[in-house]
Design a protein around this ligand. Structure first.
Ligand SMILES: C[S@@+](CC[C@H](N)C(=O)[O-])C[C@H]1O[C@@H](n2cnc3c(N)ncnc32)[C@H](O)[C@@H]1O
Length: 210
C-alpha cells in the first residue's frame, strides 16, 4: 500500500468502512438515510463506483472489494470528491451477500470485468456461477437489475449461460444475449487494459421482474 492509502485506511475507513462480521446490515442505518442501493462487486480501484456515486447523489453505493490497496484508493477518491453516499466492505463478496445483505434490498448489482480465470482448470474460481446468479437475484428488489461486463468472450458466454439459467431474472437484451454498452457505465482500468490488448467488451443486464 502507498503511504496515502495507509492514511486513507487510518483516517477515512472509520467513517466509510464497514467492519467485517456476520450480522445482517441495516442499509438505511449504514448510509444514514433511505435511498436506492447500488452494490458494486470487485470495484478494483473504485473508478466506476466513484464516478457513479458523484453522478447519482440520490443513490447509496456499497462497494465490495477484497484487495486492501484498492479500498484505500477508493477511500481517497471519496475524500477528494467529498462523497457521502459511498460505503465499503473489504471482504469476499459472496460471503457478504450470503450473510450480510438482506434479501430484496438492492436496486442494482454491478460486476464489471471480474477476473476471467481463462484456464479451464480454474473456471470453478469464476465468481459468476449459477448459484451466484441465484444469490444475486434473491438480493435484488423486484425491478432491480444485475449488470455485468467482461472483455473475455468465453467468460461472457459463461455469464450469459449462468444468467439465462435463472428463472428469477429476465434478460434485458433485445437480441436475447448481450446489451449495448450502457452510456452510464464508466470506463475502468481493466476495460482500458482490455482495449489495449485488442479485446472486445460484452455487457449483460438481467432484471428481476416486477
Ligand atoms: C479484474 S479486477 C476488475 C476491477 C474493476 N472492476 C475494473 O473494472 O477495473 C477484479 C477485481 O475483483 C476483486 N475480487 C475478486 N474476487 C472478489 C470477491 N470474491 N469479492 C470481492 N472482490 C473480489 C479483485 O480484487 C479485483 O480488484
Amino acid at each position: 500500500m502507498t503511504g496515502a492509502q495507509e492514511r486513507a485506511w487510518r483516517e477515512l475507513w472509520p467513517t466509510l468502512g464497514i467492519e467485517n462480521g456476520d450480522e445482517p446490515l441495516d442499509l438505511a442505518a449504514v448510509f444514514g438515510r433511505q435511498a436506492p442501493v447500488v452494490l458494486e462487486i470487485g470495484f478494483g480501484n473504485g473508478e466506476s463506483l466513484v464516478t457513479l456515486a458523484a453522478a447519482h447523489a440520490d443513490r447509496n453505493f456499497l462497494g465490495l472489494e477484497v484487495h486492501p490497496p484498492g479500498v484505500g484508493h477508493l477511500l481517497l477518491r471519496c475524500e477528494a470528491g467529498k462523497l457521502g453516499n459511498v460505503r465499503v466492505i473489504c471482504d469476499d463478496a459472496v460471503q457478504v451477500l450470503q450473510r450480510r445483505v438482506p434479501d430484496a434490498s438492492l436496486d442494482e448489482v454491478l460486476l464489471y470485468f471480474p477476473d476471467p480465470w481463462p484456464k479451464k482448470r480454474h473456471h470453478k474460481r469464476r465468481i459468476v456461477q449459477p448459484a451466484f446468479v441465484e444469490l444475486v437475484a434473491r438480493k435484488l428488489k423486484t425491478g432491480g437489475v444485475l449488470r455485468m461486463a467482461t472483455d473475455w468472450q468465453p467468460y461472457a458466454e459463461h455469464m450469459l449461460a449462468a444468467a439465462r439459467g435463472s428463472t428469477a431474472l429476465r434478460n434485458e437484451s433485445a437480441t436475447g444475449d448481450y446489451v449495448d454498452r450502457p452510456d452510464s457505465r464508466p470506463i475502468t482500468h481493466f476495460e482500458r487494459r482490455g482495449q489495449r490488448l485488442g479485446h472486445g467488451v460484452w455487457d449483460l443486464a438481467f432484471r428481476r421482474p416486477v
